[in-house]
Unconditional design. Structure first.
Length: 234
């Protein structure tokens, strides 16, 4: 009997020509980002998109998908190396969140405000980004890589008519299976055609998972990190 947690509706056939490592990198990070921008933000071509933590796994996915959807992508990251990486994969503008004044830079880049903020970082950057939203802007809560869950003042959404929208990709795949299938098909098509790079920073043997998590915790990873099972002898 198949375990109850296994669902074929969450599976997709890998087409010929798409390398397995890139296919493996599509599922969670790119699935999360497409769901966030498409179903949760309902982002339109021509809108401005601020991606915080833009050089990490989900951040890079949001940069690439944002570009594919026709957004003007502004990447925020904590070093010039990470910003150059984000520009390589589609960011139009960049902000060094460790040294720049985020609020002032956003005012200069988008005087009328940002339409969509993609936030996997949390911490003090969240409130600044929220205050920088345009009228009816959307802040997407992806996660809290900074380790701090922010508590933004709720008068800001009231005054700006803006939304704070949570993104829970795992629950989306269970509750909205047809939409998830459509998203997976779109991601696979984009990856196969080269629209998405699905950049893999490093691949570790499964037994070295501690090294992989340590690199992620130290923010040394650009893009996606994979764990690989060693082939077993017949």
């Amino acid at each position: 009997m198949r375990p109850s947690w296994i669902s074929t509706t969450r599976l997709a056939k890998i087409p010929d020509g798409l390398p397995l490592d890139k296919a493996a990198g599509l599922s969670v990070t790119y699935g999360t980002s497409l769901h966030a921008l498409k179903q949760r933000a309902k982002m339109k071509a021509g809108e401005s998109l601020l991606v915080l933590g833009a050089s990490g796994g989900v951040g890079l996915a949001a940069v690439e998908i944002g570009k594919a959807m026709g957004a003007c992508v502004i990447a925020g990251a904590s070093s010039e190396e990470k910003l150059a990486f984000a520009r390589r994969y589609g960011a139009t503008e960049t902000i060094n969140t460790a040294s720049d004044d985020l609020r002032e830079r956003l005012k200069a880049l988008a005087p009328k405000g940002i339409d969509v903020v993609y936030d996997p970082v949390g911490g003090p950057l969240t409130e600044i980004a929220l205050r920088s939203l345009a009228w009816k802007g959307r802040l997407l809560v992806i996660g809290f890589a900074s380790g701090e869950i922010p508590r933004p003042p709720l008068n800001i959404p009231l005054l700006k008519g803006c939304d704070i929208r949570g993104v829970y990709w795992g629950e989306f795949t269970a509750r909205e299976r047809e939409a998830n299938r459509e998203n997976l098909a779109q991601l696979i098509d984009w990856a196969k055609s080269g629209v998405l790079s699905v950049h893999v920073h490093a691949t570790y043997p499964l037994e070295d998972y501690r090294k992989a998590f340590d690199a992620i915790a130290k923010r040394q990873v650009l893009g996606k990190t994979l764990l690989k099972l060693a082939p077993t002898a017949d």
